[in-house]
Write a protein that binds this ligand. Structure first.
Ligand code: NAD
Length: 325
């Protein structure tokens, strides 16, 4: 899609992935609207949109119908709103249910009423697969989430699939692996392992790894994820509702931490899983992204060392907005 002059909505557009997407869309000439209620504990940061003239509707996505007038005429919806913390979901499952499931259903029903058939790209997660039965994971791997976040995100993805099948929306669900890059909320420890590693590296503090560090992850750089979303939204009625989005290579956590420790001049420490973390650990994960490559021609292009260098450069320049002293 040529996004020039196109009206698009980014939910969760004050957060990490949504803001990178919103800024890129604005650079491409789109008329971007963000819908984000700055949920406490999530990664919303007004600074993420600094320098861009992007209007923000400050409300829960579940209340989208209230803003029908402002949301009229959307060409595409990038549905990035959500709570990503697995550990928070175990501590407060009902909060996670409200944010990731109930609000999503209300939002989709509002879209159906306001703009039937609208193109929607939804940010789902690798977490829906649970503990891998084989690697790399394809879309036909069984769905068996092991934490509330995965269960609720899967329910929301099912709503997208259902309304896609009925033609009420034209939805694609991207199952994202661990994403990293500029605009991550580094100051929220519950947001995941990569944010923790970057924060420690930038602070010159020891990087902690839970367990032996041989668990694999395939981090994907944010610009590649934004490319996947933009390409996806530019096509209609794709033959597959679910598409995996993974990084260019699987690396042991110890190697991922090692790259950051070297950049930050800090050490790595191994420790036992803290209370509550072991039961929701999935072990090793890596993505088979061949379906999205065949469907829309997307492949991750940013290798981990290059992505790390760009990410650290960003935070060194904008540190006070992400890691206030
Ligand atoms: N970051 C990752 O590694 C990753 C991996 C897999 C999937 N995802 C998915 O991608 C999406 C975006 O993740 P992120 O890393 O940008 O998270 P983030 O916390 O940085 O941003 C999420 C944004 O959504 C907003 N939000 C949450 N619930 C809302 C609601 N009900 N109404 C309005 N706004 C709401 C928050 O205020 C926040 O600004 C999430 O849905 C997440 O599940 C992220």
């Amino acid at each position: 899609m040529n996004y020039t002059g196109k009206k698009v909505l980014v939910t969760g557009g004050l957060g990490f992935i949504g803001s990178n997407l919103a800024c890129r869309l604005a650079e491409a000439g789109a008329k971007v609207v963000v819908l984000d209620s700055s949920v406490q504990g999530c990664g919303a940061n007004r600074r993420n949109l600094a320098g861009y003239d992007i209007p923000v509707i400050d409300d829960d996505i579940g209340n989208a119908a209230r803003h029908a007038e402002r949301l009229r005429g959307l060409e595409a919806v990038f549905n990035m709103a959500g709570e990503i913390s697995h550990i928070n979901s175990m501590r407060d499952p009902l909060r996670d249910l409200e944010l990731n499931t109930t609000a999503q259903l209300r939002f989709l029903l509002a879209l159906r009423a306001m703009q039937p058939g609208v193109r929607v790209v939804y940010a789902s997660t690798r977490q829906v697969y649970g503990v891998p039965q084989f690697l790399p994971i394809t879309e036909s791997h069984p769905v068996n989430p092991i934490d509330f976040n995965g269960v609720h995100k899967n329910a929301a993805a099912s709503y997208h699939r259902l309304l896609n099948a009925s033609g009420d929306v034209d939805a694609t669900i991207l199952r994202l692996t661990n994403v990293y890059g500029p605009r991550m909320a580094l100051n929220i420890p519950e947001q995941g392992v990569l944010g923790h590693f970057f924060r420690r590296a930038l602070n010159g503090e020891p990087i902690e790894i839970f367990g032996h560090g041989e668990q694999q992850r395939d981090p994907v750089y944010i610009d590649d994820v934004v490319d996947a979303c933009l390409l996806c939204a530019s096509r209609h009625r794709l033959p597959h509702a679910n598409l995996n989005v993974g990084g260019p290579e699987a690396l042991p956590l110890a190697e991922i931490a090692g790259a950051l420790a070297a950049a930050g001049g800090c050490e790595i420490r191994f420790r036992d899983f803290p209370e509550g973390h072991k039961s929701i650990d999935i072990g090793s994960y890596s993505t088979d992204s061949s379906r999205i490559a065949a469907t829309i021609g997307w492949k991750p292009v940013t290798l981990f060392p290059a992505g790390v260098a760009k990410t650290l450069e960003y935070y060194r320049e904008h540190r006070s907005h992400y890691l206030p002293s």
